[in-house]
Design a protein around this ligand. Structure first.
Ligand code: FAD
Length: 370
C-alpha cells in the first residue's frame, strides 16, 4: 500500500479467525469495499486448538466445510478430566449431538480462513495499526508496514486484533478485567502419536490446572495454567517435563505417545477474562477476543470469534438496510454471552474444592461467590 492516504468503506483490523469470519460473512451479504489489515506473518506458533462440534454450523455458514474437511484436523473423542475429585471422569464425543469436536492444525485453520476471505474478494494488507482517530463520520487509521508508515481512512472499522484491541484502545474504550491466567505451554513431538488418544485431558492440581491435547502432525500441546504472579514456573524444558511427570493423569497419558525432548523452554500466554465497556459505537465494532475474551478452560474462543464475525456482518448489513438498532443488538448479544460464560467459568472453578486454601483456587472461589 502506498504512502498516500487510501479510502475504504470497511477496514477490518486483524486477520485472525474473527477478522476473517467478518470479511467472509460481509462478502456473503454482498457488501464490498472491505479490506483486512494484518500485523503478523501467520507463521508464529499459536495456542488454541480445540473446537467443539457446535462450531461446524458456523464453518458451514462461512462456506468453509470443504477446506476444513480437507485439512485433516483430528476428530476429538471427547475429554477426560481429573477435576473436583481424584478419579478421572470422561465426557465422550458420541454423547454430544455435534460430536466431540476437533483438535486443530491451528496454523492450517487460520490459513484456510484467510484463503477463504481472499477467495471471497477481500484483499489482505500487511500492516500493524498504530493509531486510530475519528475523522468526519469515519476514522483515520495509521499503520506501520514493511515499507514504512501508511494511512487509510475508513467509514467503518471492525477491531479484530485480539486481546489487545489495538483499534479501540486508541479510542480509549475501557476494558473491564475479571481475571487472567498465565498459560505455560509447549509443543512436544511424539514417537508414537497413535498411542495417545485424541481426547482433551484436563487435570487440576493445587497450583492451577494442566491441559493436553494431541494435534495433527504427531504432536501434543501441553500446558499449565496458573496465576500470572506465581513467578517464573519453569526455567527450561527439563523443569517443565519434570513437573509434567508429577501429574497423575496428563503425564501418564502423554508418556503413552513417547514424547521426544522439547528443546525450547515453554512459552507463556497470558489469557485474560475481560470485556470492553462497549463493543459497538459510531462507525466501529469489535469482534472476537478484541470484544471479549474468556478463560481458555472453556475452549470457546474460536467459536466465539466465528460467531462474532457472522453476527457483526449481520449487524452491518442490518444497519446499511436502515435498521437503527442493529449495532445495539450486536452489543447486547456479546454482553449476554460474556455474562453466561463468566457464570459457567465460575461454576467450573467452584466444582474443584479440594484445595480451598491454595491461592489459585481461593482467588477463583472468591470470584465465583462475588
Ligand atoms: C492459552 C490459550 C489457550 C486457548 N485455547 C483455546 C482452545 O482450545 N479453543 C478455543 O476455541 N480457543 C482457545 N483459545 C482462545 C483462542 O485462541 C482465541 O479466542 C482466538 O484466537 C480469538 O480469535 P481472534 O481472531 O479474535 O483473535 P486472534 O486469533 O488473536 O487474531 C488477532 C489477529 O490480529 C492481528 N493483530 C494484532 N494487533 C494488530 C494490529 N495492531 N494491527 C493489525 N493486526 C493486528 C494478530 O496478528 C492476529 O492475527 C486459547 C487462548 C489462549 C491464550
Amino acid at each position: 500500500m502506498s504512502a498516500s492516504t487510501e479510502e475504504v468503506g470497511i477496514a477490518i483490523i486483524g486477520a485472525g479467525p474473527a477478522g476473517c469470519a467478518t470479511a467472509i460473512a460481509l462478502a456473503r451479504h454482498g457488501i464490498g469495499d472491505v479490506m483486512l489489515f494484518e500485523a503478523g506473518t501467520g507463521d508464529a506458533p499459536r495456542i488454541g486448538e480445540t473446537i467443539p462440534g457446535a462450531a461446524m454450523p458456523l464453518l458451514s455458514r462461512l462456506g468453509l466445510t470443504d477446506r476444513f474437511t480437507a485439512r485433516g484436523h483430528l476428530p476429538s473423542l471427547g475429554s477426560t478430566a481429573v477435576w473436583g475429585k481424584a478419579e478421572p471422569h470422561h465426557n465422550d464425543g458420541f454423547a454430544n449431538p455435534f460430536g466431540g469436536g476437533w483438535h486443530l492444525d491451528r496454523a492450517g485453520f487460520d490459513a484456510d480462513l484467510r484463503a477463504q476471505a481472499l477467495a471471497a474478494g477481500v484483499p489482505l494488507h500487511a500492516g500493524r495499526l498504530r493509531m486510530m482517530s475519528a475523522k468526519g463520520s469515519g476514522h483515520r487509521l495509521r499503520f506501520e508496514g514493511a515499507n514504512g508508515p501508511f494511512e487509510v481512512t475508513a467509514g467503518l472499522v471492525v477491531d479484530a486484533s485480539g486481546v489487545r484491541a489495538a483499534a479501540l484502545r486508541s479510542l480509549k474504550v475501557a476494558r473491564n478485567p475479571v481475571d487472567a491466567i498465565a498459560f505455560h505451554w509447549s509443543l512436544l513431538a511424539l514417537a508414537e502419536p497413535e498411542a495417545l488418544p485424541a481426547r482433551t485431558f484436563l487435570e487440576a492440581v493445587p497450583e492451577g490446572w494442566w491441559y493436553a491435547s494431541r494435534i495433527p502432525g504427531g504432536r501434543v500441546v501441553v500446558g499449565f495454567a496458573t496465576d500470572p504472579d506465581a513467578g517464573a514456573r519453569f526455567a527450561d524444558a527439563a523443569a517443565f517435563r519434570a513437573a509434567l511427570a508429577e501429574t497423575r493423569l496428563i503425564g501418564t497419558q502423554i508418556a503413552r505417545g513417547r514424547p521426544l525432548d522439547a528443546e525450547a523452554p515453554p512459552r507463556i500466554a497470558i489469557a485474560p477474562t475481560a470485556i470492553l465497556s462497549a463493543v459497538a459505537g459510531p462507525g466501529w465494532l469489535a469482534v472476537g477476543d478484541a470484544a471479549a475474551c474468556l478463560d481458555p478452560l472453556l475452549s470457546q474462543g474460536l467459536t466465539r470469534a466465528l460467531e462474532d464475525g457472522i453476527a457483526a456482518a449481520d449487524a452491518i448489513a442490518g444497519a446499511q438496510a436502515g435498521g437503527a438498532g442493529a449495532f445495539n443488538a450486536y452489543q447486547d448479544r456479546v454482553f449476554a454471552r460474556f455474562t453466561a460464560g463468566v457464570r459457567l467459568r465460575a461454576a467450573f472453578y467452584a466444582s474443584e474444592a479440594r484445595w480451598p486454601d491454595a491461592p489459585f483456587w481461593r482467588r477463583r472461589q472468591v470470584q465465583a461467590a462475588a
